[in-house]
Design a protein around this ligand. Structure first.
Ligand SMILES: CC(C)(COP(=O)(O)OP(=O)(O)OC[C@H]1O[C@@H](n2cnc3c(N)ncnc32)[C@H](O)[C@@H]1OP(=O)(O)O)[C@@H](O)C(=O)NCCC(=O)NCCS
Length: 163
């Protein structure tokens, strides 16, 4: 089968793939103590990151790694979660997506409960890594996030030697 990923000569901006997803915590999402199950949050994070990556590369992707899955506070049934995914860095075939998860209360105030970095890899028709479009950086914040992404990428390579 031919590659699903189409070449993108110009590249894509961060805004073109940015994705926000809302979730309400319901009974099937709870652990034995009645709080949001961490594995469920990981599913939602991975899903949002996958959507961002697919919108950026325009084709098939797979998750290579999820970094920094630390749970700052419990989330209760019926609370509303807002997951915000943005492309922070691209390599040759890999894409780093930052997903911030917040609880939104009834007044619209949001509190951050998790920040994760998900590495997605673009795949060709043979399920082998394939090049991704460049990331067009439009703001100082995006340039700063990209520079930090470079550092995380070097850090991951060092870390991989120990796993
Ligand atoms: C991800 C996968 C396609 C990488 O294949 P590979 O043969 O290691 O390919 P490469 O060595 O060419 O790596 C491809 C890219 O992925 C990156 N990568 C691979 N493993 C990584 C890891 N553990 N963490 C971060 N990045 C990783 C590489 O740095 C490279 O990025 P670059 O092209 O931007 O430089 C392969 O390991 C795989 O299919 N894993 C299973 C994925 C899966 O099933 N996910 C679902 C969750 S269970």
């Amino acid at each position: 089968m031919a590659s699903e990923n189409k070449p993108h000569p110009r590249g894509k901006t961060v805004a073109e793939s940015e994705t926000v997803q809302f979730q309400v915590v319901m009974p099937p999402h709870l652990n034995g103590y009645g709080k949001l199950f961490g594995g469920q949050l990981a599913v939602w994070i991975d899903t949002v990151a996958g959507i961002v990556a697919r919108r950026h590369c325009g084709g098939k992707i797979t998750t290579a790694a999820i970094d920094n899955l630390r749970f700052h506070e419990p989330v209760a049934q019926n609370e509303m979660l807002v997951l915000h995914g943005r492309m922070t860095h691209v390599g040759r075939t890999s894409m780093e997506v930052r997903v911030e998860s917040r609880v939104e209360d009834s007044s619209g105030n949001r509190r951050l409960i998790n920040t994760a970095f998900v590495i997605q890899v673009a795949l060709d028709g043979n399920d082998r890594p394939t090049p991704v479009p460049p990331l067009i950086l439009e703001t100082d914040e995006e340039r700063e996030a990209f520079a930090r992404g470079e550092k995380r990428r070097r850090f991951r390579k060092l870390q991989n030697a120990y796993f």
